[in-house]
Design a protein around this ligand. Sequence first.
Ligand code: NDP
Length: 664
Amino acid sequence: MIELSSEEARVLGCLMEKAVTTPDNYPLSVNALINACNQSTNRDPIVAYDEATVERALDGLREKRVSRRVRATGQRVVKHRHVVDEALQLSVPEYTVLGVLLLRGAQTPGELKQRAERWHTFRSLDDLEETLQRLADKDYVRQLERRPGQKESRWMTLIVTGAEAAFAAAGAPSVAARASVATEVDGEGSNRDPMPAPAVEPDTRVERSLEVRNPATDELIRSVAVTDEREVERKVERARRAQPAWAARSYDERATLLRAFRDLLEAETEECAQITTREMGKPIVQSRNEVRAVLDRVDWNVEHVGAVIAPRAVAAAAPGPVEERVTYEPVGLVAHISAWNYPYFVGLGAVVPALLTGNAVLYKPSEHATLTGLRIVDIMHRAGIPVDIVQTIVGSGAAGAALVSAEIDMVCFTGSYETGRRVARSVADRLVRVQLELGGKDGAYVCDDVDVDSAALAVAEGAFYNGGQSCSAIERVYVHDAIFDRFVDAFVDVVGAYRTGDPDDEHTDVGPLARAAQLDVLDAQVGDAVAKGARVLCGGKRIDRPGAWFEPTVLVDVDPSMSVMRDETFGPVVGLQRVRDDTEARLSLDDTEFGLGGSVFSAERTRAERILSRLEVGNAYWNRSDRSSVTLPWSGRRHSGMGVSMSESGIRAFVREKAWHLGP
Ligand code: NDP
C-alpha cells in the first residue's frame, strides 16, 4: 500500500493520463508535467504548481517506487515515467479508474465512466462498477456514503493521504488545496541536484493505447486503451467462469438476446456505418449496405442455429436394442480474431453463431476497425448479453498473439495467410480448434459470348468495390482473345468514371485504403509489372493528399510472372490478360497458391459450370463475383484457409458432437 501527498497524486495522475492519451510525447519532461498538472480541464482541484513542487513530488514518487527517470538515447533531457501498473499490479480498467480518481477526486461511477472515455472504453456501467469493486478488494478505493438527494454514491481513492477528510469536506476543495500547495512550495529547495546518470534507465515505451486515425485525412479520431497481456488472461478467466451458465440457458433465451441485439443494431445503422467509414474509409453507402445486410445474416442464424444443434436420434446401422443419439455441446471459449475490411460480416459471422451455440467469445477486432468492434460489443451488452460472455480485446497484433496464447478452446481467425499460419502454429501444441479464413487472389474469366458492356461493369464492380479490399475481390481478369480489345476499352471507361474521394460523400465509389502500409505493396506491384513490360491504362500511382490514397488502376500486357498476377493485392489495382480459349483460362484461374473463389462470365451456364467445377476454389461464381451468402458454406482452399463458416456447416464449427449409445 502506498500513500501519496496531494501533489504526488496529481503528478502521478498526469503521468498515467499522458501515457495513454499522448503516448508520442511520453515520458514527460518536468516542464511538460508542470503544464499537465496545472491544466484547467480534467482536473479537480485546479492548481498552480511550480517546478519545485513538481520536482519534489517526483522525488516522492521515486522513493515510493511508482515512477522512474528515463533518458532517451542521445538526449540530454531527463524525463519521467510511472510504473504504477507494475507496482500496484493494475489491469487497464483498474489503471484507468485509479488515474481518473487521482486527477479529479471522488466521483460517481457515471462520472468516472464518462471521464475515463479518453483512456479506456468501459463496456457498461456494470463493467466500471466491477472494476471499482476489484480496486476496493485491494483497498485502493472506497465507496463514500450516499448523500441525501444524490442518486449515486461517490468513490474515492485511498492511496492519497488525508483524502477522506478532504472529500468529506467537499464543497470548496479546490481553494484549500491550492493554498496548501503554495505554502509547501516555499519551504523546499527548487535547485536539487539531478539524479546521477547511472540511475537513468533507457527509454522503454510500453504500448498502452491505440490511435485510431481516419485513413481519408490521417486525422486522429481517438485513442483507445489497449488490452494488455494480464488483462487478456483475466478476461479469459471471467469468460471461462461465465460460459457454463450461458450454455445452460435455453436456446430461446439466447436467441431472444441476439434478436434484441439485431434490433438495436438496426436502430443504430446510420451511426454504426459512420463509425466504420470514419475509421476504415469505406464509402458510406457501402458501410450502410454492410450493416443492413448483416441484419439478415443475424436473423438467419437466430432462426436456424437452434435446429442445427438440437439433439438428434440416429437410425442405427444394424437393428438392435441400443438407441443411438447425437447431441451438440459448445466448444467453450472462442477467440475471434478479425479482419477490418468487412467488420460486420466477418465479426458477426463468427460471434453470432458462436454465442447462439452457447460459447463465450473473446473478440479481437482488427486495429483498423477497433471502434466498430467496440460498438458491436457495446450493443450486445446493451441488448442484455452478459458482459463476460462477449468481451473485446483491443490492440494490434500483439493483443491478438496474447489472446491466442491464452486458455481458449477455439480460435477463429480471419486475416492474411502469413498471420493465419502463425496463429495455427502457436495453438498447434495445445490442440486448440482452429478455423482460418485467409487471403485470396480471385480470378475472373470473361468468355467471348458476353455482352461486353455489362460484363465490364460487373467485373469492375467485383474488382473495385470497397477499394478492392476484399478477400474475394477480383484481382486478375482473363479475357477471351476474340473480345479482348473491346472489353479493355469498356472496362477502362467504367474504371475511369469512378469517383474517388471523400468516403462520407454518398457519390463516392472508391475511398482511401484502410492501411497506409498497403500503399507500398501497390507501388511495388505496379512497379514490378511495368518493369516486366505491363502498360498502365488507368491510374497507377498514389494520390497526393493526406491519408492513404491510390488511383483505381488497370494494367494490361501482364503475365503470370508479375507479382500483381500472383500475390494478394488488396487494393484498387487489377491486371487484364488475354487468353486463347477456355482451357487456357481455366489453367490461368487455377495458377495461384490461393483458392478462395473463381468467376466465369458467359452467356452460357453449362460452359461456365464446366470450367468452375474443375477449379480448386471454395466459391464458384457464374456472372457474379465477390459475394458471400449466409446459407452457403464459405471456405477457401490451399492458402485461402481451413474450415468452413456460414451455413449449417459453419454453425457446427462451434459445437462438439457427443455420440450416445443407450442400452435398455
Ligand atoms: P492480418 O493478417 O494483418 O490481421 C488479421 C488479424 O490478426 C488482425 O486482427 C490482426 O491485428 C491480428 N494479428 C496480427 N498479428 C497477429 C498475431 N501474431 N497473432 C494473432 N493475431 C494477430 O490481416 P488484415 O486484418 O489486414 O486483413 C486482410 C487479410 O484478411 C487479407 O489477406 C484478406 O484476404 C483476408 N480476409 C479473408 C477473408 C476470408 O473470408 N477468407 C475475409 C476478409 C479478409 P491487427 O490488425 O490489429 O494488427
